[in-house]
Ligand binder design. Structure first.
Ligand code: SF4
Length: 430
């Protein structure tokens, strides 16, 4: 089933964008949603198309990721799209493979539909639900980028141009938070940080009211659990910022708050092993108070089971929730993953041999952040700091001089039988 196709929330107003790809997002959405030809796909199907320079919808972890680039067509420069396929996280993370293909604007819907048909017709992906995403063509069924390109061009009936040069983003944050000038002179867009993506009904009503009073009523949601108000005249900026801050939606948030992501967790997700939203809020509140001087972009992602909806694989610090026994009693506990990134620093996190019971998690994160401040090199990012240090060194930072708690993990399928069912499906012979 095709999920909502995602694009850039500031498409059409961002002065830095290569193009506004929103019309293509809408066209592909209309083409695929409720279309009988591609209704019965092996599994979920995620697509992003963006013209923004920071790649905010994360093409690296979508099934199809299209990013704007400037190619050469018949000797002239033309804006089109480079293509990646087969990205995804879950329990087996995989960065999308970049095809050697440049897709012209008018070809995008056809190419998206044809790639979708390759997915639909890949019968090997229907044999085991746990291997039913496009990434498994590459990881388990021997497909390469070249094979994919050949199959795509065979179905299209024409050769695609070679991929265009691109500037792979280096930003840690891709959130569009803060006040930014638009390409429309005199107007600004205002991105606000919504901690852990949790917003109340009263806050929503207030945002709608503020958007109408100080902008033109346009509100867009982002891929990092935030919101952006568009078309705000300069004269309204200060009042709008003040009002947003008053209702707890900050335009100038700390790095901890900006970089915090939490999956749905126990409150609403049937697969969860732990709560996540309040945990994230507590960690951020603690870090803001304990280390207000922290001055580096950092992504802390919290996920309530191994499925990684909170994207712990691409965080600087990823926390995966589970249950464990401490002194014979079951407690919520978190495994620590570090050193993930996207764009130019695309790396999945490394799982450290370190697990902490929930009350200790915020202190362990604090110790690691303090170690970064104390031992970083000139201009070194948190990501680079984690790459420079061994697992043992990072565990030592997390642990500090606190005594080790003897935690005995409780398997996910024991905590939540739904995980057992998923494992059983995984054992179906191919
Ligand atoms: S990661 Fe697990 S707990 Fe969190 S939303 Fe996804 S399935 Fe639910």
């Amino acid at each position: 089933m095709t999920r909502n196709i995602v694009g850039c929330p500031v498409g059409g107003v961002d002065p830095e964008e290569l193009c506004d790809a929103s019309p293509l997002v809408m066209e592909c959405h209309r083409m695929l949603i409720a279309n009988r030809e591609v209704y019965n796909l092996p599994r979920k199907w995620k697509i992003c198309i963006t013209g923004c320079k920071v790649w905010c919808p994360y093409p690296e972890i979508n099934d199809i990721g299209m990013t704007a680039a400037v190619g050469r067509v018949n000797g002239a420069s033309e804006i089109g799209f480079n293509v990646r396929v087969g990205g995804g996280l879950s329990t087996l993370p995989h960065f999308a493979r970049k095809l050697n293909a440049f897709v012209r604007w008018n070809e995008v819907p056809l190419v998206v539909k044809t790639i979708t048909e390759i997915f639909r017709d890949a019968d090997v992906l229907r044999e085991n639900r746990e291997r039913a995403r496009m990434k498994f063509l590459f990881t388990h069924f021997g497909w390469t980028e070249e094979k994919f390109e050949q199959e795509l061009e065979r179905r299209l009936g024409f050769r695609l141009l070679p991929a265009a040069p691109e500037e792979v983003p280096t930003d840690t944050f891709r959130d569009h938070v803060g006040v930014h000038p638009q390409k429309q002179s005199g107007y600004f867009y205002v991105g606000m940080s919504i901690l852990a993506g949790r917003i109340t009904g009263d806050q929503m009503l207030a945002v709608a009211d503020l958007a109408e009073r100080y902008g033109d009523g346009t509100i867009r949601t982002t891929n990092t659990q935030n919101m952006v108000l568009l078309n705000v005249p300069e004269r309204n900026l200060e009042t709008l910022r003040r009002e947003l801050n008053r209702i707890g939606l900050l335009t100038d948030a700390s790095p901890f708050r900006r970089g915090a992501i939490a999956c749905t967790g126990k409150q609403f997700c049937k697969l969860s092993l732990t709560e996540t939203k309040n945990v994230t809020m507590e960690i951020v509140a603690h870090l803001q108070t304990a280390i207000p001087e922290f001055d580096t972009d950092i992504k802390i992602h919290v996920t309530g089971c191994p499925n990684s909806c909170g994207q712990h694989w691409i965080a600087d610090i990823g926390l995966q929730g589970g249950m464990a026994k401490l002194n014979g009693k079951p407690v919520e506990a978190y495994d620590f993953y570090v050193g993930g990134g996207t764009g130019k620093h695309a790396t999945f996190t490394r799982r450290l041999k370190y697990k902490a019971p929930l009350p200790q998690v915020k202190f362990a994160v604090e110790r690691l952040c303090r170690a970064y401040l104390a031992h970083r090199q000139e201009g070194e990012s948190f990501h680079a700091f984690c790459q420079r240090h061994s697992d043992e060194e990072l565990v030592a930072f997390l642990q500090g001089d606190t005594p080790t708690e003897e935690l005995v993990p409780i398997p996910a399928e024991v905590v939540n039988p739904l995980h057992g069912q998923r494992q059983a499906q995984q054992l179906i012979p191919e």
